[in-house]
Write a protein that binds this ligand. Structure first.
Ligand code: GRF
Length: 190
C-alpha cells in the first residue's frame, strides 16, 4: 500500500459528500486521509459529521477578516500545519481566491451538480429543472479563479426525475457519492 494522500475537505452544508469521502478513506477505496475539514459555516451539519469521525473541523468566518486574502491566509496556515496536499471542495459555497490558488496550483478539486459548463453557480439542480432539460448530471473539475470553471476531470449524466428538483437532487447526490471518490482515487494514483 502506497502512502496515504493527505486531503482537506471544504464544506458549507450538509456534508454528505464529506461523509462519503470519509467512508471511502476508512474502507480503503480511496488511498487518502482527511486531515482537516474546513468550513465557513459554524452551523453546517458537516461540522457534526467531522466531530463524529474524529476529524478536526476548522470554522473560519470570512466576516471576521479584513479581506478575502487575510481569510485565506488563516486557512492556509492551518492547511500547512495539517500537511494537506490536496484541497477537496464538497459543497463549499465560496469562490477560492488567489492566496489558496497559488499555494495549491492544480491541487484544488470541486464537485458540481450539473454537466458543466451548463448551470454553474448556486442551485444548479433548480436551474436545470427550471430550464426543462431532460438530462443533467455531475461534474468533477480542477478549480481555477472562475465560478465552477477549470479543467473537467469527470462527468456523469443523470436524468431529471419527473421535472422535480427534490427527486433529481437525490439521484444526483447518489452519483456524487461514488463519482467523487472514484475520480480522486484515479487522480491520486497518477
Ligand atoms: C453537492 O451537490 C455538490 O455538488 C455541491 O454542493 C452539494 C453539497 O452537498 N457543490 P453535501 O453538503 O455534500 O451534502
Amino acid at each position: 500500500m502506497t502512502r496515504k494522500v493527505k486531503i482537506a475537505v471544504f464544506a458549507s452544508g450538509s456534508g454528505s459528500n464529506f461523509a462519503a469521502l470519509e467512508e471511502a478513506c476508512k474502507n480503503g477505496e480511496l488511498n487518502a486521509e482527511i486531515v482537516l475539514m474546513v468550513t465557513n459555516k459554524p452551523e453546517a451539519y458537516a461540522v457534526e459529521r467531522a466531530k463524529k469521525a474524529g476529524i478536526p473541523a476548522l470554522v473560519f468566518r470570512p466576516k471576521e477578516f479584513e479581506s478575502k486574502d487575510a481569510y485565506e491566509v488563516a486557512i492556509l496556515n492551518a492547511l500547512r500545519e495539517s500537511g494537506a496536499e490536496w484541497l477537496v471542495l464538497a459543497g463549499y459555497m465560496r469562490l477560492i481566491g488567489p492566496v489558496l490558488l497559488s499555494a495549491y496550483p492544480s491541487k484544488i478539486i470541486n464537485i458540481h451538480p450539473s454537466l458543466l459548463p451548463s448551470f454553474p453557480g448556486k442551485d444548479a439542480i433548480g436551474q436545470a429543472v427550471g430550464h426543462g432539460v431532460k438530462v443533467t448530471g455531475v461534474t468533477v473539475h480542477l478549480v481555477d479563479a472562475g465560478m465552477d470553471t477549470g479543467p473537467i476531470l469527470a462527468q456523469y449524466a443523470v436524468d431529471v426525475v419527473d421535472g422535480d428538483a427534490e427527486k433529481t437532487a437525490q439521484a444526483i447526490h447518489a452519483v456524487e457519492h461514488y463519482l467523487y471518490k472514484d475520480t480522486l482515487s484515479e487522480l491520486f494514483s497518477r
